[in-house]
Structure formats: structure tokens, C-alpha cells
Ligand binder design. Structure first.
Ligand code: SF4
Ligand SMILES: [Zn+2]
Length: 332
């Protein structure tokens, strides 16, 4: 069934909290409906279903109408995040003239964060960019092989480095997103990959956000998940990554998992998901790994066993589901 899309409304608007230079601040978030990520329409990343929030029919006039709707809800929050399910700096999505209108509209904001693929973050696109900008880049993994084979990112670590250098020269802070547990990695390999990537990306970043994979509709990851060949990461893995990552990096480390505590998102078991997600949220603001001390649940033993058994078995499938033959579980 096709969805009716109103091109004059943003795909979503909500409010949350974030941090500017150590201060917790009210944050306004909007996702503009745009023509979408160019890479998504070519091959796309294996876990990405964001093209659901885009259509080639969007014009600059539609974007302008979306901005007006967003402004009706904006109440002077200090931080503004503008997502496009693609790249704010790709002119095909956000024409330069409209970009300036966005900055001018949010005149009370201290910081305006937007996302872009690395290839659009260049000295040319950053020239004359509003000084309140912060750019978020989804590096996902600093391992070239993982980036290419497990994520199909369509850019390289070297491209990320160039973008990071351009931001540094322009004095614009960088937030790097990392993906915890792309497909085809064991739970242990996924943890190691993200810990290593935090160490790498934190050298360039003002903040690093760890995004555990959540299973989005219409993606390669979803097909694997349906077959029992993929399980989103355990919350214990996220805790491990944040704890070890904190010791390795000086920049702010955070995680705000989409779909946390559901079968399609990062999860442990019903008994401990909420407690651990709350601890992750507190950690993201306070940066204190002691938030994770004392977290206990019987499922931790299962996670520890899995960390060993997948390697021994030489498999990345959802071992628990195969062993229980429970491939028809509730796919919330
Ligand atoms: S670059 Fe981002 S928006 Fe584009 S396909 Fe990959 S995850 Fe999706
Ligand atoms: Zn548990």
C-alpha cells in the first residue's frame, strides 16, 4: 500500500536534549522531506531505509513550506538539528539559497547540527557556512573492509579524513556517527570494530555517537533478520563499547538508540532493557562510566557465552534463534 506523503510538511519534528560545550540544552529536531540521499538511490547502505522519507517530487517551494511548518513549532531552543535522510550539503537535496533561509530562520539557535555524507564536506561547501554549524558524518566504521563489505557506505575512511580536515580548517565541530554491529560481523567482532572506530574518530570529533543497528524496513539487514541471519546488538555490547570507548577518547561519547529494547533494535531481555537504556542515556549526558556499575541480569551469561561461541562456530547468524529453531518469532 503506498503512503500518502504531504510534501509541504517535514517528515518529523520532535524535541529532546543535547549538549553544547558541556551544557545540557533543549534541542529542536526536524527531518525535512527531500529528494533523498543520492547514494541510497544508487546502491545504498545495507542498513538504511531512510529513502522512505524522500521523493524526487520535492521542490524548493515544498522545502520552504516545510520550513514554515517547522518554525511554527520552534520555541527558541538553543540547539537545532536538521536531518534530511541524506546530506544537507548536497545541493540536489538542499539548494544553497534555501540553506541560508534555514540558518536565518533559526536565528535564536546557538548551534545548528546537520548531517552530510563525507564527499559533500569540502572547503568549497563550507565556505561562508553559518558559524553556528555543526556537521554530523556517518563514518559507521573506521575499518575500510567493514565499511565496504558490511555497510556498503560508498565512501572511504580517507574521504572521511578529508571532510574532517575541512571542518577543522573551517572551525566547525564534527559529530561522528558509528554503527554498532553491521551485518556479517560476530557480536565480538562488532564490539571490537566500534571500540577501534571510537579511538580513531574521536581524534577528529567534538562528539562521537554510537548508533546500534536497528532493523529498518526494506533493507538488506531486514532480509537477513527475517531469515534469522542477523540479530541487532546486545545492550551488553553497547555498554562494553561505551565503557571501553570512554577510556580511549577525550571527546564526548553518546548513544541514543533508535528502537532500543525491541526485537528490531539493540536489546537484551525484557527484565533489564529499560534499566540499561536509562543508564546509557545518563552516561550520554554525564560521561560517567560508573552509570554502568552494578547493572546485572541473568541474560549477561548468555551474552558472554555468545561472544565466544559465534567465533568458535565461525558464524554471524543469530545463534540463539537457530538453536531454538524459533524463526517465526514476533518481528516487531
Ligand atoms: S549515506 Fe546515510 S542516508 Fe545515504 S544510504 Fe547511507 S545511511 Fe542512508
Ligand atoms: Zn537481561
Amino acid at each position: 500500500m503506498s503512503r500518502t506523503i504531504d510534501l509541504k510538511r517535514p517528515a518529523a519534528i520532535w524535541k529532546e536534549q543535547d549538549v553544547i560545550e558541556g551544557r545540557r540544552v533543549d534541542t529542536f529536531v526536524t527531518i525535512f522531506l527531500t529528494t533523498g540521499c543520492w547514494w541510497s538511490s544508487k546502491k545504498g547502505c545495507l542498513m538504511c531505509g531512510y529513502n522512505i522519507d524522500s521523493t524526487p517530487r520535492v521542490t524548493e517551494e515544498h522545502l520552504r513550506a516545510q520550513l514554515s511548518r517547522a518554525m511554527e513549532r520552534y520555541k527558541g531552543e538553543a540547539m537545532v538539528k536538521i536531518y534530511t535522510s541524506g546530506s544537507f550539503l548536497d545541493e540536489r537535496e538542499i539548494p544553497t539559497s534555501f540553506r541560508d533561509e534555514v540558518f536565518n530562520s533559526f536565528d535564536e539557535a546557538e548551534r545548528i547540527l546537520f548531517e552530510s555524507r563525507a564527499e559533500f564536506v569540502t572547503p568549497a561547501t563550507l565556505k561562508d557556512i553559518d558559524h553556528r554549524s555543526q556537521v554530523a558524518i556517518g563514518l559507521e566504521s573506521a575499518d575500510e573492509r567493514v565499511l565496504r563489505k558490511c555497510i556498503r557506505k560508498g565512501f572511504t575512511v580517507e574521504d572521511y579524513n578529508s571532510a574532517a580536515n575541512a571542518l577543522y580548517d573551517a572551525d566547525i565541530p564534527l559529530r561522528t556517527y558509528l554503527l554498532l554491529k553491521p551485518p556479517f560481523l560476530t557480536e565480538r567482532a562488532a564490539v571490537e570494530d566500534t571500540v577501534m572506530s571510537i579511538a580513531y574518530a574521536s581524534r577528529f570529533s567534538e562528539s562521537v555517537s554510537v548508533n546500534p543497528t536497528n532493523v529498518q524496513k526494506g533493507t538488506v539487514v531486514e532480509s537477513l533478520f527475517r531469515r534469522g541471519d542477523y540479530r541487532p546488538p546486545w545492550l551488553w555490547s553497547l555498554v562494553e563499547v561505551l565503557r571501553r570507548g570512554r577510556a580511549l577518547s577525550k571527546c564526548r561519547l553518546m548513544s541514543s538508540p533508535s528502537g532500543g529494547g525491541t526485537m528490531r533494535g539493540v536489546h537484551n531481555c525484557d527484565a533489564c532493557d529499560k534499566n540499561i537504556l536509562d543508564a546509557v542515556q545518563r552516561f550520554s549526558f554525564e560521561q560517567n562510566v560508573e552509570e554502568f556499575d552494578g547493572l546485572k541480569c541473568g541474560c549477561r551469561e548468555e551474552w558472554i557465552a555468545l561472544m565466544d561461541v559465534q567465533g568458535t562456530m565461525g558464524t554471524t547468524v543469530d545463534v540463539a534463534r537457530y538453536l531454538s529453531s524459533d524463526l517465526e518469532f514476533d518481528q516487531r
